[in-house]
Design a protein around this ligand. Structure first.
Ligand SMILES: Cc1ncc(COP(=O)(O)O)c(C=O)c1O
Length: 385
């Protein structure tokens, strides 16, 4: 083995010793309490038919996009879709990217410039962290949803002349399912003249009559510089879009390398996005079901407070059981999996040592019986541990 491979092997070995070596497994046939398909749209046969019917009516010269949108041109359907999304997200303009990951790296790598400062919540998704690394701007983390810490960092940033300050948060945090204190963050951003960027990945589709997300549902969107919506979670498809001013969108089309130098999505993905939003608007029961399931799950676990396992405060589909310890958390998850439930442990170093959790994702399609059985198993295990 050459020197490089030896080095790679050593790092893999370390992962194995620490108990967090990753492997790709086939999709599980356990009851789904782990996917991001909150409304079940990725498995909805009516939506699938709607997509197929729309596709057959469109002039579709190619299966794939054949190049980037700047090189191969943009299908008129995509331009219409972006106008439709701008209407839903109540923005001057929207631009679709191939994924949320690409979009998040692009916005932070492209918009903040050398003398600027980016202030990031410490629990931001990996894609925003990656974007922050790619940026020429200075960046700092503030403690998770800690307004005092954010204000301190804003004050410090404001001392630097000729600096644009960016604050980056998620509306619903992907790891813990908690909601950012956006009203207060917006107040601080106004006070310190900072530009707010909000990742709405886990709120897209599940808030608002049309699935327009948390910020619009709370009427906060006018005070946000850029909002990021992803379509691989509650929308059940793929891709993401940014909603903001026309100048912002034109700037990204001209300078965002992750948009310019990549093959666009196939037409099918764009049709999926539009059909999914139309389906959500026509089927309000999906969101209602989801929120009923969340309440049912939390009430079924009220006796957990008598054990050492903590159910974190969250009224989103992402529910967190705080277990603590890699081995203990892995064992807890493994027992639930053996009982037929697909739940996933989140171990250190992904979270701080001692803060290991089990992440339970609830869906509109989870039957009450399945949730009741899952909760019963959790309560039994919690008493045993
Ligand atoms: C908060 C957040 N932002 C962005 C992404 C990336 O989105 P995508 O899966 O479309 O690349 C994710 C995906 O897990 C996420 O949780």
């Amino acid at each position: 083995m050459n020197q490089l491979l030896e080095r790679l092997q050593e790092k893999l070995q370390k992962r194995k010793q620490e108990g967090n070596f990753r492997i790709l497994k086939p999709q599980s046939c356990l009851v789904d309490f782990s996917s991001n398909d909150y409304l079940g749209l990725a498995r909805n046969s009516i939506l699938q038919k709607n997509i197929e019917n729309t596709l057959t009516q469109l002039p579709q010269p190619h299966l794939g996009a054949t190049g980037s949108r700047l090189l191969s041109g943009t299908h008129p359907y995509v331009l219409d879709l972006e106008a439709f999304l701008a209407q839903i997200f109540q923005a001057e303009a929207c631009l679709v990217f191939n994924s949320g990951y690409q979009l998040n790296t692009a916005i932070l790598a492209t918009i903040p410039q050398k003398n600027d400062i980016i202030l990031c919540d410490e629990l931001l998704h990996a894609s925003l962290r990656e974007g922050k690394h790619l940026s020429l701007a200075q960046s700092h983390y503030f403690r998770h949803s800690d307004l005092e810490d954010l204000e301190k960092k804003l004050q410090k940033a404001q001392e630097k002349p000729h600096t644009n300050i960016f604050v980056v948060v998620e509306s619903v945090y992907s790891m813990d399912g908690d909601i950012a204190p956006l009203h207060e963050i917006i107040r601080l951003c106004k006070q310190y003249e900072a530009y707010l960027i909000v990742d709405e990945a886990h709120s897209t589709g599940i808030y608002g009559r049309q699935g327009e997300g948390y910020c619009i549902a709370q009427n906060l969107h006018q005070d946000i510089f850029a909002r990021i919506y992803t379509f691989g979670k509650a929308i059940g498809g793929h891709g993401a879009c940014i909603a903001g001013s026309k100048i912002l969108i034109d700037y990204l089309i001209n300078f965002a390398r992750a948009f310019i130098y990549t093959t666009a999505l196939p037409l099918h993905s764009y049709v999926h996005i539009r059909q999914a939003f139309e389906y959500i608007a026509e089927n309000a029961y999906l969101q209602e079901n989801l929120y009923q399931k969340i309440t049912f799950f939390r009430t079924s676990l009220r006796n957990l407070s008598h054990t050492s396992i903590l159910l974190k405060e969250s009224y989103t589909p992402i529910q967190i059981l705080k277990i603590g310890g890699n081995e203990r958390t892995k064992l807890f998850a493994q027992k639930l999996q053996e009982a037929g439930f697909d739940v996933r442990p989140v171990l250190s170093p992904t979270v701080k040592a001692g803060q290991e959790i089990i992440r339970v994702c609830l869906h509109a399609f989870n039957a009450e019986k399945e949730i009741a059985e899952l909760c019963q198993n959790i309560l039994i295990l919690a008493k045993e541990m």
